[in-house]
Design a protein around this ligand. Structure first.
Ligand SMILES: Nc1ncnc2c1ncn2[C@@H]1O[C@H](COP(=O)(O)OP(=O)(O)OP(=O)(O)O)[C@@H](O)[C@H]1O
Ligand SMILES: [Mg+2]
Length: 307
């Protein structure tokens, strides 16, 4: 600690498979952009990061490579991840004229020591002097302002792009957890696959993602939704009825059920009483909250929150 402390800020970063968020103490969330980076293939120079790199995705010419450095919640391309964090840090430092001393980074709860090391190294190489890792369900619980220190069980389900993290938190620790590498992206892939198999139609990832958001559902919908893909009218809740996305959704629900079975008896009453806190973009798929409520018998959607 020294006289120039005011020039430094503590920040927190959620380096997600799909989206990266950065929080600066006292300023709130200052960045929310896709975890994507574009390089010049010849020189290796960074051409764009975040939203501007996303616009190049699936549209690039041969001299630009667009990379998603994270897969399944963990760093898949170390150099690209480091460049991405550095790029975001630079944007923030420039915008707010601050240096970064301490950095908290969210990590999926199921990650290995090697994977943790990769996150820590990337953050340090990108310029953070002190790096702290926090499990994402714990971060979500703190964000929800739950009383995590109390001897009560709170169940958090974070369905992101790459991982679904399920944890019962009590006394500032994870009492029971499950983490599977099946989340929103797998649902998108299932849609891609469905279109290839059933309609013999090759669609891009972006299109599959749009279809998912418009008509994807974890249970049958009362009213059928329609989406137009390359000039064809397709009706759904079909992906669910025709099993297009039921596989990944069932895997997520089964993981939640498995976790519920493992909850120690002294905490299970709390979970039954409070319900499940759902978070993450993948949790936004239609009817998922109701379906989880039904399958876990946690008496319906009023016990489920979406953020
Ligand atoms: N309205 C929506 N309906 C369905 N899925 C959605 C919706 N909005 C976002 N998603 C999905 O949410 C996922 C991204 O969520 P989120 O930003 O929480 O992931 P992440 O934190 O980057 O990933 P992870 O935590 O797994 O590393 C994507 O798969 C995206 O398609
Ligand atoms: Mg996430």
């Amino acid at each position: 600690m020294g006289v120039f402390d005011f020039l430094y800020q503590d920040i927190a970063i959620d380096l997600g498979t799909v989206n990266t968020l950065v929080y600066v103490r006292g300023r709130g969330i200052v960045l929310n952009q896709p975890s994507i980076i574009a390089f010049n293939r010849t020189t290796g120079a960074v051409v764009a990061i975040g939203s501007s790199a996303e616009r190049m995705f699936e549209k690039t010419h041969s001299n630009i490579s667009v990379v998603k450095p994270l897969a399944d919640g963990v760093i898949a391309d170390y150099e690209a991840a480091e460049a991405l964090i550095r790029g975001f840090m630079r944007e923030i430092q420039k915008k707010f004229s601050i240096g970064i001393r301490r950095m908290v980074v969210g990590i999926p709860s199921g990650i290995t020591e090697v994977e943790k090391r990769a996150v820590r190294d990337s953050a340090e190489h990108a310029g953070a002097r002190e790096v702290y890792l926090v499990s994402e369900p714990m971060a979500a619980a703190i964000g929800l302002e739950l009383d995590i220190d109390a001897p009560f069980g709170n169940m958090i389900v974070d369905i992101g792009g790459g991982t679904s993290d399920i944890a019962v938190i009590s006394l500032s620790g994870v009492a029971t957890g499950e983490s599977i590498r099946v989340a929103g992206n797998e649902i998108t892939n299932a849609i891609l696959e469905h279109f290839r198999r059933v309609y013999n139609l090759a669609i891009g990832e972006k299109t599959a993602e749009e279809i998912k958001k418009k008509i994807g559902s974890a249970a049958e919908l009362e009213e059928e939704l329609i989406v137009t893909v390359k000039g064809r009218n397709l009706v759904t809740s079909l992906p669910e009825r025709r099993d297009a996305i039921s596989e990944p959704i069932n895997q997520i629900i089964n993981a939640i059920k498995r976790c519920l079975e493992k909850v120690p008896p002294e905490l299970s009453a709390d979970v039954l009483d409070r319900g499940i806190m759902l978070t993450g973009g993948g949790a936004l798929i239609k009817e998922l909250d109701k379906r989880i409520g039904k399958e876990t018998k946690l008496s319906g959607s009023e016990k489920l929150w979406k953020i």
